[in-house]
Design a binder for this molecule. Sequence first.
Ligand SMILES: C[S@@+](CC[C@H](N)C(=O)[O-])C[C@H]1O[C@@H](n2cnc3c(N)ncnc32)[C@H](O)[C@@H]1O
Length: 239
Amino acid sequence: MSDSSSKTLSESILQQQIAYYSARANEYDEWFYRLNRYNRGEELNQRWFKEVEIVKQALLQIGQPEKILELACGTGIWTQELLKIGNRITAIDASAEVIAINRSKLNSPHIEYQQVDLFTWEPDAEYDLVFFSFWLSHIPPELLISFLTKVYQSVRFGGRLLMIDSRFEPTSTANNHILNDDGSIYKNRKLNDGQEFQIVKIFYQPDELQNHLSQVGFIADVKVTEHYFIYAHARKVNN
Ligand SMILES: C[S@@+](CC[C@H](N)C(=O)[O-])C[C@H]1O[C@@H](n2cnc3c(N)ncnc32)[C@H](O)[C@@H]1O
């Protein structure tokens, strides 16, 4: 495939990702709360929530950052946790539908929403904490370092980044999504009504993620839970 055709594929998938999350906005939370197609039975659901609690505690232990930036904020599952520790949250997402749900769920004067495409986003402020969950895995590899560089620019010296994402674990997704280890970064996703979309989904190993974060300047500590999550706590320090 030539450079120009792969660029077109990547661009079209990035647009599909926004369309997918917009169309999925009303059913998105079923994934996190293990409902309907995401209900994997009592034992696996309990395992999921136990691991969610571990990453939640990692966030809650971060202290009380005054200014927080949440990228790809989604429907508010993690924005509501950020509200417990922070005073001023800027929450960015490309999807108007997703932002509308976040806003109506949380109804908070402490959150300012911005509808922005993170692939054209230019940072214009510094924050005590930058947070994103289940977003890094949707960034095509050729755009990763430029995105992480912008994240680094958005953290003040002495500030932190916390990010959470998925480990490769077939039971984390819907029971009608096939998650095989075929090496492809493109995955097929279905809505409840059967509509299908292609998205980027990359599962990082801790050492890869650590290297990427170090490359842009962070001092990072990357951890995994037993099955489902990878998370990184990174600091921006003066040399
Ligand atoms: C997997 S969801 C994660 C949402 C939320 N962080 C959470 O953990 O529940 C990915 C989010 O990225 C948003 N998104 C997709 N493409 C985007 C883009 N180019 N710029 C900004 N947000 C985007 C989607 O609208 C969706 O809310």
